[in-house]
Design a protein around this ligand. Structure first.
Ligand SMILES: *Cc1c(COP(=O)(O)O)cnc(C)c1O
Length: 363
């Protein structure tokens, strides 16, 4: 079976360095908020080009805490794409704010900036831009709307570590950004993890306390904070993996380019790339659309190719958002009904990429 994502194989490539990193933490006797986290935060901020990175427990917490730090809460509205992983929207709900769903662009799968303005009200406080599947959202268009109405721009960069928009990294394109280091992301820990990047000194300072019970100094609590920290072992592992992120993203790009050049089947629609710069996309996922998805997935499975669907049910059709179940968002629904993600493991062998192409072209 050609795996969709070979996590074990990916991490085994670095097993010696990862083992050394873990050992270093074990032997240090210091496991939370220590030197490894401090170093990783510096290295990750430098990588993104921001003045700050703040490690937190996971990507959902990163987004939730950014909204909290900006004081976005009850009755405030936040613009968000209808086509995203549900965590983006849960972060807004967690702050008792109102997620305002906007249809995506059918080609890029990202929020359609032309549909944002009609959703802005007096209560709108922010636009949550998601760089879905590894491709930056259209930030010029989003920024000009945000500037016009005085809105914060919060990036959900959980799928776009290292992606560029006009030469600038995601995570450095708005007021603050949330990253996830869930194992399957382009930069993945061996457990849960997340980070916030920002150039805003005040927010950064606040968030450093917020993730730690609202405290800068032990037993002095300034805010009603939470416990959401990136632990030393995960930080040490992420320091190893960050060194290889660009090389892994490049391997993903090569696979994507190979798919583009060689997949030839009119039943498939390949993903649309908005930005012609080949570094704009880090191919967290290679998402194609097929009308009879069930049939196509079964066919690939029978031929030894594993695929995954991101995502089968849009957030507004989930039980968790029952109040939205009657909402009609045709483009988002069409995307969720027809998408399927092809294998794009950075360590995928070329003979396997060729096999995927061969099988697809015979469908
Ligand atoms: C993974 C993901 C998240 C949440 O990250 P966790 O670390 O799993 O909490 C948020 N948004 C998007 C778009 C994601 O893909």
């Amino acid at each position: 079976m050609i795996p969709f994502l070979d996590l074990k194989g990916i991490n085994q490539q670095y097993s010696q360095e990862i083992n050394e990193a873990i050992r270093r933490v074990v032997d240090s006797g210091w496991y939370i908020l220590g030197n490894e986290l401090e170093c990783f935060e510096k290295e990750f901020a430098q990588y993104c080009g921001t003045s700050h990175a703040i490690g937190v427990g996971n990507g959902l917490d990163a987004l939730t805490l950014i909204l909290k730090a900006y004081g976005i809460g009850e009755k405030d509205e936040v613009i968000v794409p209808a086509n995203t992983y549900i965590a983006t929207i849960l972060a807004i709900s967690a702050n008792h704010a109102i997620p305002v769903l906007v249809e995506p662009d059918i080609n890029s799968y990202n929020i359609d900036p032309q549909k944002i303005e009609q959703k802005i009200t007096k209560r709108t406080k922010a636009i949550m831009a998601v760089h879905l599947y590894g491709q930056s959202a259209n930030m010029d268009a989003i920024s000009s709307i945000a500037n016009k109405y005085g809105l914060k721009i919060i990036e959900d960069s959980a799928q776009a570590h290292g992606a560029l928009y006009k030469g600038k990294k995601t995570g450095n394109l708005g007021d603050a950004a949330g990253f996830s280091f869930y194992p399957g992301k382009n930069l993945g820990a061996l457990g849960d993890g997340g980070a916030i990047t920002t150039n805003d000194d005040i927010i950064a300072d606040k968030l450093r306390a917020w993730r730690n019970y609202g405290s800068y100094q032990k037993y002095k609590n300034l805010f009603k904070g939470v416990n959401s920290r990136l632990d030393e072992i995960q930080a040490a592992i992420l320091r190893v993996k960050l060194k290889y992120l660009d090389a892994e993203n490049e391997k993903r790009r090569k696979i994507a380019e190979y798919y583009y050049e060689n997949i030839c089947n009119s039943k498939l629609i390949l993903p649309g790339v908005e930005n012609k710069d080949r570094f704009s996309h880090v191919w967290h996922l290679f998402v194609v659309r097929v009308n009879d998805r069930e049939d196509f997935q079964q066919y690939l499975h029978k031929n030894g190719i594993q695929t995954v669907i991101h995502y089968p049910v849009p957030p507004h059709k989930q039980k968790a958002y029952e109040e939205w179940n009657n909402k009609c968002l045709n483009i988002a629904e069409h995307i969720h009904d027809t998408v399927i993600s092809l294998p794009i493991s950075p360590n995928l062998a070329y003979k396997d990429v060729e096999k995927v192409i061969e099988v697809i072209n015979k469908y």
